[in-house]
Design a protein around this ligand. Structure first.
Ligand code: AGP
Length: 614
């Protein structure tokens, strides 16, 4: 989490830093700050809360601040120490000459802090980051060389970090380095940049270089020098980015989340384009480089992911097992990495991540790679750290997702899993051709059906108002839609802070039913198919305990009117494809409840879009 940005050149640094931080707000937003060298003196400006608070401080001091042409900035998601001005970055040393911004976690900060305090350093914050500021200042005192000071400091630091440092006595210079946290350098004309992510610099340059772990870069307006941790010079590998400046516009929608929900029909079309050509032609998935013979003989697949991506992975498991007969395990990355896993060169390991920067999933795929597994990454960010670990890379092409609550990226992940599972089934010959054709036909119809749901969103809005004051919410489903229940509950709790839980409908009577009474809404994901009748029975059991019953269904059965107080209808769809339709009303329901309650929909409390710490 946390976003960092640095600029050195001849323009007003603070404008570029604030603009960069605005585009990095998805990485955290509990406090922010900049450090600028103003007429030979390093000065800090920091604010608790949203970036707007920092903008206000900058505005009030703009005449003075705008003189600076070098600076570093930070937007924070707290790990060590509460969100506050004193814990906001940049941090500095005793003499105030060093300023540092950091993304990551310093694992040995307590030991380092004790050592530094014993040597006379005074700490002003509760952060782990401040240790780096003191450490760099100490090393600078010994070497009088900022790059060397950073290099020596990183040899003592354990953990994950991307840092950028300035020093009052080292004019027009930023030194930056990384280990297990993203960092990119942007090359301009008489100006250079450093940032956690491309959107912070794409407006100014398309020439960029991703740093590798343990590389240290020294940036001035006219030079960029790269070394490794052993002080060996490294070649600059400059890429031309295929990006266009990102227009972060809500396009008239009240929130990014609502806009992103509405983008889903087009995203489905995009994901299918070029891969699903006709009903009879095989799916083209050139991104999968795993040899077809190996793919046919795969004995096992493991999928690792977190949060919403984990729910997409659960649908993926269902599809691959159903279409291809290959056993698939799905596991939260944070669990996978801390146990003995039966992963080897015969296992295909799939990492799923919107951001491609989720620390747990990166660690999980790296562990699997070491064991010789083929690594397939499904991500919305083909330029991400995770993507660079991939043997096969499926970009899901959902476009930049701004809202912290994932919606359109989930849809793109689901559709990518449909394509992958059908592709694998075609390679293996594990599914009758007419069934494959039917699936393909139904996939092509999905965007129109999602459009129909979006057109009828008024009904969902009414339902949201009715249930907005509930303290708790239960979602039940079975089979392929169990993940839909989990994802619906996750969306609701993320943005409305209502305690929402998803259960397999069959589990309800094994405990959760104890919570049911007239105040508890129970939403049943009731799609026609194998498990329809079973869910209906489970819904009856809930009704018998006076729960407030809501159905999300594609059934026209008039008997449902007796059982359910509210019915949200979706167009008819094959059961196996229904997760891609059923999730849309649940996204809208969560959105309208949060909006009705006046919550900060796009930037919910305590969350960050990209979780780059384990
Ligand atoms: C989704 O709404 C959440 N913000 C969160 O669960 C997210 O899906 C999770 O942190 C994983 O992120 P990733 O897909 O970028 O790896």
């Amino acid at each position: 989490m946390c976003g960092i940005v640095g600029y050195v050149g001849s323009k007003t640094a603070v404008d570029i830093l604030i603009e960069g931080l605005t585009s990095l707000e998805y990485r955290g937003y509990d406090s922010s700050g900049v450090a600028l060298n103003i007429e030979g003196k390093v000065q800090l400006f920091k604010a608790q809360g949203k970036l707007q608070n920092l903008r206000n401080i900058v505005q009030n001091n703009y005449d003075e601040i705008s003189k600076s042409t070098i600076g570093i900035g930070h937007i924070r998601w707290a790990t060590h120490g509460v969100p506050s001005v004193e814990n906001a970055h940049p941090h500095t040393c005793n003499c105030g000459k060093v300023a540092i911004v950091h993304n990551g976690i310093i694992e040995n900060f307590k030991e380092l802090k004790a050592k530094l305090e014993a040597n006379g350093c005074t700490f002003r914050s509760q952060t782990d980051t401040e240790t780096i500021a003191h450490l760099v200042a100490t090393k600078y005192g010994e070497t009088k060389d900022l790059t060397e000071a950073v290099r020596l400091a990183t040899q003592e630091i354990e953990g994950a970090y991307a840092i950028a440092v300035i020093h009052q006595d080292v004019k027009n210079t930023i030194v930056a380095t990384r280990r297990n946290a993203p960092l990119v350098v942007g090359f301009g004309e008489d100006e250079n940049f450093v940032a956690s992510d491309i959107p912070a610099l794409i407006k100014y340059t398309k020439k960029a270089m991703y740093l590798d772990d343990n590389q240290i870069v020294t940036i001035t307006p006219n030079s960029v020098k790269l070394i490794d941790i052993d002080n060996n010079p490294k070649e600059l590998k400059i890429e031309t980015l295929p990006w266009e400046p990102v227009a972060l516009s809500k396009m008239g929608y009240k929130h990014f989340m609502l806009k992103e929900i509405h983008e889903q029909p087009d995203i489905v079309r995009n994901v299918l384009a070029g891969k699903l050509r006709t009903m009879d032609a095989p799916i083209e998935l050139n991104e999968v480089t795993l040899n077809k013979e190996k793919l046919k003989n795969l004995s096992r697949i493991q999928i690792v992911a977190c949060g919403t991506s984990l729910h997409a992975a659960m649908v993926g498991k269902y599809l691959i097992e159903d279409f291809c007969g290959i056993p698939v395990d799905v596991e939260p990355s944070s669990e996978y990495i801390y146990r003995k896993t039966i992963t080897n060169e015969n296992t295909l390991v799939i990492g799923v991540s919107q951001s491609g920067e989720t620390a747990d999933t990166i660690t999980a795929v790296r562990q699997a790679k070491k064991k010789g597994s083929h690594i397939l990454i499904v991500t919305n960010r083909p330029d991400s750290t995770m993507a660079r670990e991939a043997d096969s890379l499926i970009p899901v092409n959902a476009g930049i997702e701004v809202s912290v609550a994932a919606t359109k990226s989930y849809m793109a992940q689901l559709i990518s899993f449909y394509l992958l599972a059908i592709y694998m089934a075609e390679v293996k010959g594990s599914m009758p051709k007419d069934e494959v054709s039917k699936l393909k036909h139904e996939l092509i119809l999905l965007p129109q059906k999602i459009d129909n749901i979006l057109t009828a969103k008024g009904d969902i809005q009414k339902c949201a108002r009715k249930f907005a004051n509930s303290k708790d919410f239960i979602f039940i489903a079975r089979g392929v839609n169990y993940a839909t229940a989990l994802e619906g509950a996750l969306k609701l709790k993320e943005i409305s802070y209502i305690n929402a839980t998803g259960y397999t409908a069959g589990e309800l009577k094994h405990g959760p039913i104890a919570m049911l009474d007239e105040s508890m809404p129970v939403l049943s994901v009731l799609m026609k198919g194998k498990v329809y009748d079973k869910i209906l029975s489970n819904a009856e059991e809930a009704k018998a305990r006076n729960a407030r019953m809501i159905a999300l269904t594609n059934s026209e059965d008039f008997k449902l009117d007796e059982l359910f107080e509210n019915i949200i209808r979706v167009p008819d769809v094959m059961e196996i494809l229904s997760p891609a339709l059923a999730i849309v009303p649940l996204q809208l329901l969560a959105y309208y409840i949060a909006e009705f309650l006046g919550k900060d929909v796009d930037q919910p409390r305590n969350l960050a879009k990209s979780v780059t710490v384990e």
